[in-house]
Design a protein around this ligand. Sequence first.
Ligand code: 5RP
Length: 263
Amino acid sequence: MDWGLKNRLSQIIKPATGRTVMLAVDHGYFLGPTTKLENARQTIAPLVHYADSLMLTRGILRTSVDASANVPIVLRVSGGTSILGKLSNEIITTSIKDAIRLNAVGVALSIFVGSEHEKETLSNLCTLVNEAEEYGIPVLAVTAVGKEMARDARYLSLCCRIAAELGAHMVKTYYCENFEEVVSGCPVPIVVAGGKKIEEKEALQLTYDSIKHGAFGVDMGRNIWQSDYPVAMIQAVREIVHKNTSAQEAYKLFKKLSANRQT
Ligand code: 5RP
């Protein structure tokens, strides 16, 4: 692995713990102004300080994050579809030149294994890996978005392994029963998405279970910024990811911070 690629990866997965808390704020690219992300700048600003990286599109990066914010950027470069159409029919939206111009430390693209557009999305991944590797930029493959397939270990193992085989340097997927099987079949680091908003206690348990069964961290969105106390929530998530704190202790911390009226 070349120096630049290793260096960028180390800005995503923190060498001190070998883990990462990525903050996903890319949802608008197919969901529009989704709840609590209507004004992305307002949502992102108080959280930036606690995120190891931000995952977002170039449009939200340019308009809603200060260039002086000292946070690594993982740029979502696939899209072109919406929840009203065929979600899986994505294209590569952003050139590597633009990713470099925006000083991204990584690029992210969705693959839709088992969908109508499986081949096109896997082909997008191959193209992106070929182009990004020219410049030492790691690629995060996002798997299993949408409702088309059951999110069980068998399916997620298939998605994650294919992503890694095609050259993804990291994979984002969902937590499931027997998650360790997904991890053991995937030779690159896996980060877990939070999914739809659930109770904070449950989201912290999901974080704990993911880490315990081999995830390198989370790339979490709604379960952080749709909480009534997003700053407290991201801090609680960090405690689990970087300090191996139990879900119960992290929830206690969440309650304490939110009682102090931290937003
Ligand atoms: C969708 C994404 C989102 O960033 C992902 O779903 C993570 O966010 P959440 O924790 O809200 O599920 O990549 O394609």
